[in-house]
Structure formats: C-alpha cells, structure tokens
Design a binder for this molecule. Structure first.
Ligand SMILES: Nc1ncnc2c1ncn2[C@@H]1O[C@H](COP(=O)(O)OP(=O)(O)OP(=O)(O)O)[C@@H](O)[C@H]1O
Length: 233
C-alpha cells in the first residue's frame, strides 16, 4: 500500500517558483495496477519520483507498505527503495558497457548476503520471465527497444519488489512492442500480485489497467476504476 497525504511539490529556482504538485491525496492498495495520465508538465513524473523516494515532497507525507517516510537519510531511503521498489523508465536506463545479465544483477549488488552465484541464478530467472533467456551475453546496444525494456523490467523485478513504478514504459516503442511490454507488466500484476503504478500518454495502455487517475496542473482531476478489466482479473 502506498499512501500520499497532502503532497505538495514546489521547485524553486532563483527567479521562478513552479508548483508541480498540490494537495495530492492518493492511496494505492497492494496489488493494484494504477495508471496516471495527464498533459505534459502536469506533474506525473514528479509524483512517481516522490512515490519512489527519489525526490522529497515540499510538504505532505509518503507511506510505503505501512512505513511512513519521515526525513530519512539518503542511505535509509536507498535501502527502502532497493528492498521494496523496482523502477522502469521510458529510456530504459541500462548500463551500456555491462552485459544483459550484469545489468539485471545490479540491484542485488547493493543487497548484503547475496552471493555471486545466487545473483546470476536470479538474473537468469528474471530474464526467463521476460522471455530473454537467449540474450544474457548481449549488450544493450545489440538489442531492440522492446528487448531493452524487457531487460529493464527483469532488472526491476530481480529484487522481488512489492511495487513497480513505471514512467512511460512503452513511450519509446512501437505498438507491437508496447503491447508486449504491457503484457509482461499485466502478468506481473495478476500472477505475482506486484503493485504497479504506471505513467503513460497512451489511452490504450491505460485502459488495460485496473484504475486510471488523471492529473492537470499538478492536481488530480479524476479517479476511475476501469470496470472492463476488473471482470477479467
Ligand atoms: N528539477 C526541476 N526544477 C524546476 N522545475 C521542474 C523540475 N522538474 C520538473 N519541473 C517542473 O514541474 C512541472 C511538472 O513536471 P513533471 O516532469 O512532473 O511533468 P510530467 O507530467 O511528468 O511531464 P511529461 O509528460 O512531459 O514528462 C513542470 O512544470 C516542470 O517544468
């Protein structure tokens, strides 16, 4: 469960103050697949970064899995992120000079008590889950966009996170590859019970999720269950 209470985010530079989010109250129950839509600049990525503890709100509180986050030190935040949250970004954020297998293993490098052989075993399982077992020794620039995103998803799920935060995961992909990525995310949600919050500009992708909220100018303007999908779940 993710709970955001009275979140406000103001970016302050010397000359300009930008209110990116105001009065955001949002609860994402465990196991939900939520999508967030809204025009460019309305605060979607800011919201996702705050949920993922990558950024701090100017005011308001964030609670993840029953744990309220209050002025934690960077190290503690990194620990919670590493244990509970997997991230997927539009531009994949893979390390180009590491192999596919090494990219996927990365989150486990920061966990104590995971041996090299365990890391490799779990990375192979994660890659199998996204259908990329045959590409472990490739490098990111030898893969298609859809394959790169699948590597990024394998990396996000190797730590068995409760939550996956995906910022326009299909934004750089054509519709066929976008569908493939979406099916992997739907499968993770439905079969593994992973909570997923996805920012998207694509109505068709959002319609496949359970709940859709819309933002405008830093505020939530609608919140709806996607009933067609509730029946399939
Ligand atoms: N680091 C920053 N410093 C100053 N202003 C920022 C910063 N990051 C974001 N903003 C501003 O905050 C607002 C919200 O930005 P955000 O990136 O969250 O929007 P978005 O809805 O994700 O947009 P897009 O769909 O284009 O990715 C925008 O007006 C943006 O200019």
């Amino acid at each position: 469960m993710i709970i955001l209470s009275n979140i406000e985010k103001v970016y302050q530079t010397k000359t300009i103050e930008t209110v990116a989010l105001q009065q955001v109250n949002l609860a994402v129950p465990k196991g939900e697949f939520l999508s967030i839509m809204g025009p460019s600049g309305c605060g979607k990525s800011t919201l996702l970064n705050i949920m993922g503890l990558l950024d701090e709100p100017s005011s308001g509180t964030v609670s993840i899995g029953g744990q309220e986050i209050r002025s934690y030190k960077d190290k503690e935040l990194a620990h919670i992120r590493n244990e509970k949250i997997g991230f997927v970004f539009q531009s994949y954020h893979l390390v180009n000079d590491l192999s596919v297998l090494d990219n996927v293993e990365l989150p486990l490098l920061y966990r104590s008590g995971v041996s090299a052989s365990e890391r490799s075993k779990r990375a192979k399982i994660a890659l199998e889950k996204v259908g990329l077992s045959a590409r472990t020794k490739h490098f990111p620039n030898q893969l298609s966009g859809g394959q790169r995103q699948r590597v990024a998803i394998a990396r996000a799920l190797i730590g068995q996170p409760e939550i996956i935060l995906a910022d326009e995961p299909t934004g750089n992909l054509d519709s066929v590859m976008g569908e493939e990525i979406m099916n992997i995310l739907l499968d993770l949600n439905r079969h593994d019970g992973t909570t997923i919050v996805m920012v998207t500009h694509d109505e068709n992708m959002a319609k496949k999720t359970e709940r859709l909220i819309r933002f405008f100018d830093g505020q939530q303007v609608s919140d709806a269950k996607v009933y067609a999908n509730l029946q399939q779940v």
